[in-house]
Ligand binder design. Structure first.
Ligand code: UD1
Ligand code: MG
Length: 462
């Protein structure tokens, strides 16, 4: 299509009542990403910044989830239907000087750029001012059913309004909710939408019958691809997610990734996996996760927005979120790395260790049962079992700094803010409230006394 200024409008204001959820439908997640992000991913290569989004129900939640699109949100205060949504966005589309607008429901996570390109090309081969993508199911179910007369599209009848006596047999041809609209030609029809239907809503689909009656050609571009089904119920959401999960795992296997027990792997669309890494299911690799060369992720791990460096190993049952494991590091089994946890090369954390906003420098070790938060642990330091950085005083968070080569004895509490110098030694069971200079032994616990069992002075000790 030449000489056109095309933009896109995403309909994302609806309640999504059938999802049985307090959250907006378009923020429901598929493989860890909101449904709406898949729609944007499909639109971006074609429309760049010319994408508007209609928001309404819990609009703040939706806009907050996509801060870089803030200037392109249009608020539909009352959600009076998909047609009303288009009416609400119309002034913004006119102001942008669009000649054509692609309207798409925000609830189609499997939509791709290729689907849209095929549709736009098909429309370009006609003069039709209005078209939509249709597909054929065994039955039209809860979708809008396409009515044709002599193969020409004349109407879309919503499931609630469908009556076999009036509309004839169920053809199974349904509307996917993706439309291409010529702004100049369809603009006049927009105010004519009515809400005389079972839902009492203004339907965008009424534009089809209005255009057909005005003698305009309406294209129902058929696709055989079931991936264009909108998600309306929890069942549809999880089935869609499963389709995408399989497809994503299959894509990585085709590329040559070593994914063991692939049926139990969940890999998000943004995850990156080096082909020499080995990943064992069940595991979740979500968000911006990157697994580098030769890394191993054992079974039952959840990784979100995290990096696993070259040759690093994440042992079973570990949980990583916004964490960075450097080359040759080891975490787990049962390690919990919260946002800001960083292991430099060769560092190690063992079972039941939790880290948050904390760095372990080269070769440092925290092998058992510890909490390390708001801390820096110097190179080669060894943190004994049960060590706790007491970072929170009930109001503020404070930092703990542990120097290179320090040794913290088991079951020590380091009450932040506190600094332990390099090569210092903290005796087991200490409560450290003051800085410890380098190369110093700190002993922060009551001294042990041994007495005969029947010594009358023993009552002092109890
Ligand atoms: C819609 C179509 C139906 C089609 C189906 C495909 C209408 C009337 N029907 O039905 O023909 O087969 O999609 O999935 O359009 N929305 C708003 N504002 C509103 C109402 C809805 O922005 O006032 C948004 C919703 O957030 C959603 C989209 O529009 O993303 C579609 O709404 P939904 O309620 O899912 O319509 P369906 O009943 O699925
Ligand atoms: Mg829908």
């Amino acid at each position: 299509m030449n000489n056109i200024n095309m933009g896109a409008l995403v309909l994302a204001a609806g309640k999504g009542t059938r999802m049985n959820s307090a959250n907006p439908k378009v923020l429901q997640e598929v493989l860890g990403e909101p449904i709406l992000s898949y729609v944007y991913a499909a639109l971006n290569p074609i429309f760049n910044d010319k994408i508007w989004t209609i928001v309404g129900h819990q609009a703040e939640l939706v806009t907050r989830a996509f801060p870089d699109r803030s200037d392109r949100f249009v608020l539909q205060e009352q959600q009076l239907g998909t047609g009303h949504a288009l009416q609400t966005a119309w002034p913004a589309l006119l102001e942008a000087g669009l000649s054509h607008v692609l309207v798409v429901s925000g609830d189609i996570p499997l939509i791709t750029t290729a689907h849209l390109e095929t549709f736009i090309e098909a429309m370009g081969r006609t003069d039709a001012p209005l078209g939509f993508i249709s597909m054929t199911l065994p039955r039209s179910g809860a979708y809008g059913m396409v009515l044709r007369e002599k193969n020409k599209v004349v109407d879309i009848i919503e499931a609630k309004d469908y009556s076999p006596a009036i509309h004839g047999e169920d053809t199974g041809e349904i509307n996917t909710g993706i439309y291409l609209i010529n702004v100049a030609k369809i603009g006049d029809l927009l105010p004519q939408l009515s809400n005389r239907n079972k839902s009492g809503e203004f339907y965008i689909t009424e534009l089809i019958s209005l255009a057909a009656r005005a003698g305009m050609e309406v294209v129902g571009a058929r696709t055989g691809d079931l991936n264009l089904l909108g998600v309306n119920t929890p069942g549809e959401l999880v089935r869609t997610e499963e389709m995408l999960r399989r497809a994503t795992v299959e894509k990585w296997l085709e590329r040559g990734a070593a994914l063991h027990y692939p049926d139990m792997l969940v890999i998000g669309p943004r995850a990156e996996i080096n082909l020499s890494a080995h990943i064992y299911g069940p595991c979740h690799l979500l968000g911006d996760t990157r697994v580098e060369a030769g890394a191993i992720i054992e079974s039952n791990c959840v990784l979100k927005d995290s990096v696993v460096g070259e040759g690093a190993r994440v042992r079973s049952f570990s949980h990583l979120e916004q964490a960075v494991l450097g080359a040759g590091t080891i975490a787990g089994p049962y390690a919990r790395l919260r946002p800001g946890a960083v292991l430099d090369e060769g560092a190690k954390i063992g079972n039941f260790v939790e880290m948050k906003k904390a760095v372990l420098r080269k070769g440092a070790k925290v092998n058992h049962l510890s909490y390390i938060g708001d801390a820096e642990v110097g190179a080669g330091a060894n943190i004994g079992a049960g060590t706790i950085t007491c970072n929170y005083d009930g109001v503020n968070k404070h930092r703990t700094e542990i120097g290179a080569g320090a040794f913290i004895g088991s079951n020590s509490a380091l009450v932040a803010p506190v600094k332990i110098g390099s090569n210092a030694l903290v005796a087991a069971g200490s409560v450290i409230t003051k800085d410890v200079p380098p190369d110093t032994l700190a002993f922060g616990r009551a001294q042990q006394k041994n007495r005969e069992k029947n010594n009358p002075l023993n009552s002092d000790l109890i």
